[in-house]
Write a protein that binds this ligand. Structure first.
Ligand SMILES: CC(=O)SCCNC(=O)CCNC(=O)[C@H](O)C(C)(C)COP(=O)(O)OP(=O)(O)OC[C@H]1O[C@@H](n2cnc3c(N)ncnc32)[C@H](O)[C@@H]1OP(=O)(O)O
Ligand SMILES: CC(=O)C(=O)O
Length: 522
């Protein structure tokens, strides 16, 4: 059995709150989807807006390898013929080889939304499809609200499908538009449809009951051969069926070879690239492609993973381009540390006393508010320091930070001074201005240290996160600061915790600097 993948990220996905692709973004997404092995890419609704018209004009200049481009539209307006309907004409002008038209199935929608007679809707469906069939290579029909319509009036719902069949639809796609259908209802209804309709069937599910993926897979189990969905499940309200979950489930769990093994390895890349292009926040726990999807934290889990990863993983992460991660925290045992040691390429025996010492230190520090699962550079320093492998690169003799606003209409000024002592005993006294007290402290500290460690000028701070830990004590609360740094080659994250936010930032900054020096073998 084979299943055709129909992606509507560029149409239904853009109905998601906060998503607005440019034409260039849309072209980029289409090319990613094509490489990934998607069979149909719905590029937009040419009757809706100039951006979508431009997309269809522009995509013709790109030679796609796998995918056919589909243009979306509605059945003709009741008062217009297809020749007069601007939306139908825009669809033809798009010159897309595939047209996907949605029409009404639910009698309630016909009388309430379209406000026409039930028989008129049947005529509209049939003649819109028949008209398009004469002009477009392939015509698909999206039966909007099919499952709700069937539950309300099965006879009429099936009549709408018969009309689509008479009109020549190559595929009839059953839509769970409001996302309220349960998998067992959906399966039973599809079985009834198959008794009446011999046109190939597709499925298009929304996620309002968090069942869009389950419903899509159930539909395939009941013989449906086209699955419509959106990358990362983007879409209006709670989103559409998530192709990032559907595809590996079809291939790895149901044995349906919808894309090649090589294409499946791009799953992580496609998911993250399209999320970036959509400018949507990271979904860490996203099944399959989230950063946490194969992240193991509990000591017992990690101990078993080290013996055989199948103990706590449903698939091997590499198959879909993701990777296993082990987190270190106060829920760790020695196995977590052992995993990290191997990951860092260090040669330390699990029975070395430093390992148990590190487990104990981490549990104690986490109790004070430190969090090492996102600050692996600080953890590596802790481990290597306990083994005497991190020198005292410098001593801080003192610092002062001034943050002042001298006049009402002027921006505040932040200034820091630091005194540090180099290993040879020389003392450096520097000052720095900054965009706030932490920035000023960073400038002053780096000015001093770069005089005897020039390599530090490669470091840039790329992220600074502050979390207040015990919020009930107000301004006396403890602060955790996480700093992410890069030297252009790698990125690393360090942590600092203190009652004083400047001191917490200083601790995280100093760990970042020490990590760079340690990695340079200085
Ligand atoms: C389930 C789905 O996801 S369907 C896709 C939904 N997506 C969108 O709506 C995004 C793109 N939409 C648009 O750009 C605009 O809504 C347009 C251009 C299509 C129409 O704009 P307007 O002409 O201003 O109409 P408006 O958006 O106010 O209302 C929609 C009209 O389409 C009609 N309509 C709804 N479904 C259908 C259908 N299947 N076939 C024909 N007409 C339909 C409605 O009855 C309404 O008609 P009315 O103006 O006579 O009351
Ligand atoms: C066609 C469509 O997007 C729907 O019915 O949900």
């Amino acid at each position: 059995m084979s299943v055709l993948l129909y992606d509507t990220t560029l149409r239904d996905g853009t109905q998601s709150e906060d998503i607005s692709f440019t034409v260039e973004d849309k072209i980029h997404v289409a090319k990613l989807l094509d490489e990934f092995g998607i069979h149909y890419i719905e590029g937009g609704w040419p009757g809706s807006n100039p951006k979508d018209i431009e997309f269809f004009r522009s995509i013709k200049q790109h030679n796609l390898k796998n995918a056919r481009i589909s243009a979306f539209g509605a059945t003709r307006r009741a008062k217009l013929t297809c020749d007069d309907d601007p939306s139908i004409q825009a669809l033809l002008e798009s010159e897309a080889p595939v047209a996907c038209i949605f029409g009404k199935t639910w009698d309630f929608h016909v009388t309430t939304a379209l406000q026409i007679e039930l028989h008129q809707n049947l005529e509209i469906i049939e003649d819109t499809l028949a008209y398009l069939k004469k002009h477009v290579d392939q015509v698909f029909y999206d039966a909007e609200h099919f499952f709700d319509g069937y539950k309300a009036n099965p006879d009429y719902a099936l009549q709408t499908l018969q009309a689509a069949k008479r009109g020549g639809a190559e595929y009839i796609v059953l839509c769970d538009t409001n996302g309220g259908t349960l998998p067992f209802e959906l399966g039973a209804i599809i079985e009834e449809v198959k008794k009446q309709i011999d046109t190939p069937l597709g499925i298009h599910c929304h996620n309002d009951s968090e069942l869009a993926v389950a419903n899509s897979l159930t539909a395939v189990k009941h013989g449906i051969t086209q699955v419509q969905g959106v990358i990362n499940g983007f879409g209006e309200r709670c989103g559409n069926a998530n192709l990032i979950s559907i595809i590996p489930n079809l291939k790895l769990k149901m044995g349906i070879d919808c894309i090649s093994d090589e294409q499946l390895r791009k799953l992580y890349h496609v998911s993250h690239s399209i999320r970036e292009l959509a400018n949507m926040a990271e979904w860490k726990n996203q099944p399959y492609t989230g950063k946490s999807a194969f992240a193991h934290k509990g000591g017992i889990h990690v101990s078993a993973i080290l013996k055989n990863p199948d103990t706590y993983e449903h698939i091997a992460p590499e198959i879909i381009g993701n990777q296993r991660r082990v987190l270190v925290s106060d829920l760790s045992g020695r196995s977590n540390i052992q995993y990290k040691i191997e990951e860092m390429g260090l040669d330390i025996d699990i029975n070395d006393p430093s390992v148990q010492e590190l487990v104990n230190t981490i549990k104690e520090l986490e109790n004070q508010g430190y969090a090492y699962e996102g600050a692996e550079a600080s953890m590596e320093l802790l481990l290597q320091k306990s083994r005497g492998l991190v020198p005292d690169y410098f001593k801080l003799r003192g610092y002062r930070v001034i943050d002042e606003r001298r006049e009402q209409d002027k921006e505040p000024i932040s200034e820091a001074t630091v005194r540090v002592e180099a290993p040879n005993g020389d003392t450096y006294h520097t000052a720095g201005l900054g965009n706030g007290p932490v920035d000023a402290l960073n400038t002053a500290l780096r000015k001093a240290l770069e005089q005897f460690y020039p390599v530090l000028n490669e470091i840039t701070l790329i992220d600074y996160k502050v979390r207040i830990l015990n919020t009930t004590v107000g301004t006396k609360a403890k602060t955790r600061v996480l700093i992410e740094s890069t030297d252009g080659k790698t990125r690393w994250t360090t942590v600092g915790v203190h009652n004083d936010i400047i001191r917490a930032s200083y601790l995280a900054l100093v760990d970042s600097i020490r990590y760079k020096l340690y990695k340079e073998n200085i």
